[in-house]
Design a protein around this ligand. Structure first.
Ligand SMILES: NC(=O)c1ccc[n+]([C@@H]2O[C@H](COP(=O)([O-])OP(=O)(O)OC[C@H]3O[C@@H](n4cnc5c(N)ncnc54)[C@H](O)[C@@H]3O)[C@@H](O)[C@H]2O)c1
Length: 251
């Protein structure tokens, strides 16, 4: 049990990669807060964890609202005693070629993926610093290296690299590590719901591994980075992408 006695908050965890991460951390003994803006689906994930013998709590909070985030961290500490692990996973895409992209699509992705991660980290780090212990994993994307139709998403995910590195430097002396996990193509709605032309140029033809990844492939790496096995790793980006980042971004 890697996480016995530890508490994890996973944002955007009612489905997809976030749900897989919440289940994996709970399977390995963590008490998990399943955060999302979708109440009923988060409750399903919590039920699933409880049925498997784990401990979980659903907390509805919009990560783009600092007061809601702060209340979520306070409730986590009230119910479970600490925030040891934070996974900034909540995300979305609003794809378009830049000439067709409205400003609102830039703002909504920047607010959700970048400011939301900063809000959650800022709030959780107060508790982590007090305990002199913490693990934060930012869920990124291989798109930080650039993708056509992803000017908002790529820029924001690249910004998350800077946030990861800056916070890692700021908190390393407090026994808090902060890393980023960059999934490649994962068999989840965020990939499968993309516009056909964008999805087409992301196909597995452009990566060495002849299959796309599963959410569990990402969850296992997050569990490693969230554990004490990774205590000497901080400020890093780990690509979980079947080698896609080795070749398709070189043109
Ligand atoms: N699926 C992929 O192929 C892929 C690839 C690379 C990176 N990613 C990244 O992985 C993460 C999860 O992706 P996914 O495919 O599981 O996506 P998903 O759309 O299935 O899940 C995202 C979750 O975030 C929640 N959410 C949205 N706005 C929120 C808010 N304001 N506050 C709280 N929760 C909110 C949604 O309700 C949803 O449950 C994202 O950060 C995404 O950028 C996914």
């Amino acid at each position: 049990m890697l996480f016995k006695g530890k508490t994890a908050v996973v944002t955007g965890a009612c489905q997809g990669i976030g749900a897989a991460i919440a289940k994996e951390l709970a399977r390995q003994g963590a008490q998990v807060v399943v955060n999302d803006i979708l109440q009923s689906a988060a409750t399903d994930v919590v039920e699933n964890i409880r049925m498997a013998g784990g401990k979980a709590l659903p907390i509805m909070a919009d990560v783009t609202n600092y007061a809601a985030v702060d209340a979520m961290m306070a409730e986590t500490v009230h119910c479970f005693g600490a925030v040891d692990i934070l996974v900034n996973n909540a995300g979305a895409v609003r794809d378009n070629l830049v000439l067709d992209m409205p400003e609102s699509d830039w703002d909504s992705i920047a607010d959700l993926c970048l400011k939301g991660s900063w809000f959650c980290s800022k709030s959780a780090l107060g508790y982590m610093k007090k305990n002199q212990y913490g693990r934060i994993m930012n869920i990124f994307s291989g798109a930080w290296l650039g993708n056509i139709g992803h000017s908002n998403y790529s820029a924001v995910k690249a910004g998350l690299a800077g946030l990861t590195r800056a916070l890692a430097m700021e908190f390393v002396r407090h026994n808090i590590t902060i890393n980023a996990v960059a999934p490649g193509l994962i068999d989840m709605p965020l990939y499968t719901n993309q516009r056909e032309d964008v999805q087409g140029q992301l196909t597995t033809n452009a990566q060495p591994t002849p299959y796309i990844g599963q959410a569990e492939d990402v969850a296992k790496i997050v569990a490693f980075l969230g554990s004490d096995n990774s205590r000497y790793i901080t400020g890093q980006v780990i690509h979980v992408d079947g080698g896609k980042s080795l070749c398709c971004h070189s043109e």
